[in-house]
Structures are given as structure tokens and as C-alpha cells.
Ligand binder design. Structure first.
Ligand SMILES: [Fe+2]
Length: 218
């Protein structure tokens, strides 16, 4: 990441206190059938909203942190007062992760486009093929014990890698740029898929907006 803040396809990493919930960039039914409208609505309006509310509560009395962006708060976690590190990790991570997640899903019935340009070249170099990358993302998603995310990241040495991270841990905590994230908390899929996480992951891998993902590495 060359030491600087990543350029995200959404502006949320540049938000400062007080943080705000961006609207969903499409209707709640726009990613059906992969994500049903009820799950989409609850996930955004209640779960994501709660991360924003709780992040603001935690930072309300931390005036010295109000000058920092969300991206800076996550990347610099170990520099902040111990009393707020967990709240920033969980709720700041939850805010950043979900804001990216909504933008990464392609609305509409048509298949999402395949990666192009620099991202396509990096996938070929580091995984061999999109199919191999998708298989790695699925393995990390299905294998994540409990709640967490499967991530495609750009490492500090500008390689692509897949990570399975617990809870709302952002790749930014380790200085890695999130490119694609698949939320495997049960709140993301249980209403429609119940315990069939693998089926949910298969569906999500057909809905990735690769143009948005590719904008992260340009
Ligand atoms: Fe979630």
C-alpha cells in the first residue's frame, strides 16, 4: 500500500467522526436471488447501522481521535488509547467492511463482469485464473470458524492474497488493502440459506462487481 491510504471506490474510509451510514447503492431486492430483500434490508438498516452508531458512541469522548479518518483509525489501531481499540476494531471495521461490501455487489439480473485491466493481470499472476481465485475465496469463506469474512487483499508488496479474518477485522489492520470481501456472518445469509454457507458463497461469487474491485488496484 506504499504507506498511504488506499483509494477506495467508496468514500467511507475518508469519513471522520461523526460517522454516517451511506444509503444502499441499490434497492434491497437488486441482488436477488443471491441475497433476498429481507436479508439485505436488515443487514444494512440494522447491522451496518449499529456499527456506525456504536463507533460514534465509543469515540464521543475521544476528541483527539476526531481528526482521523476511518481508514487512519483502522490502519493505526495500535496507536490509539487501549480503551477504544476494541470498539474501533469491531465497529470501525464493521462500518468499513460493510460499506465496501454493498458496493462490491452487482445489482441486476445480468452476470457481473469479469475482472479486466490491472486486476485481471494480477489475478493471473498470483492465482493463475479467476476460477482458482474464486476457489480460494470459497475455501476461506467456508473454512472461517464462526463469524468473519473471506477477503481478497493487496499486500504491502502489491501481491494479491486471500485471507480469512475473524469478526469484523479489516485487512487494513495489517496494512493490507481490501479488494473483495465476502461477509460470512450468519446475519448475511441465514434467513435464506440457513446453515448452507457454501451455497451462499457460491451465489455471492457470481455477484461480484469486478469493476468496483478493479478500481481498488488502479
Ligand atoms: Fe454483515
Amino acid at each position: 500500500m506504499n504507506g498511504g491510504l488506499p483509494v477506495a471506490p467508496d468514500a467511507v474510509l475518508n469519513q471522520k467522526y461523526p460517522f454516517t451510514l451511506p444509503p444502499l447503492p441499490y434497492a434491497t431486492n437488486a441482488v436477488e436471488p443471491a441475497v433476498d430483500a429481507q436479508t439485505m434490508g436488515i443487514h444494512h438498516d440494522r447491522h451496518h447501522a449499529a456499527y456506525v452508531t456504536n463507533l460514534n458512541k465509543a469515540l464521543e469522548t475521544q476528541a483527539t481521535l476526531h481528526q482521523y479518518t476511518l481508514g487512519e483509525l483502522l490502519m493505526g489501531l495500535r496507536r490509539w488509547p487501549a480503551a477504544v481499540q476494541t470498539a474501533i476494531r469491531n465497529n470501525g471495521g464493521g462500518h468499513a467492511n460493510h460499506a465496501l461490501f454493498w458496493n462490491l455487489l452487482a445489482p441486476g439480473a445480468a452476470s457481473a463482469a469479469a475482472p479486466t485491466g490491472k486486476l485481471a493481470d494480477m489475478i493471473t499472476r498470483d492465482f493463475g485464473s479467476l476460477a482458482a481465485l474464486n476457489a480460494a475465496l470459497k475455501t476461506a469463506a467456508v473454512g472461517q470458524f464462526g463469524s468473519g469474512w473471506s477477503w481478497l487483499v493487496k499486500t504491502a508488496t502489491s501481491r494479491l492474497a486471500v485471507r480469512g479474518l475473524p469478526n469484523q477485522d479489516s485487512p487494513l489492520l495489517e496494512g493490507e488493502l481490501p479488494i473483495v470481501g465476502i461477509d460470512v456472518w450468519e446475519h448475511a445469509y441465514y434467513l435464506k440459506y440457513q446453515n448452507r454457507r457454501a451455497d451462499y458463497v457460491d451465489a455471492m461469487l457470481t455477484r461480484i462487481n469486478w469493476d468496483v474491485a478493479g478500481a481498488q488496484v488502479e
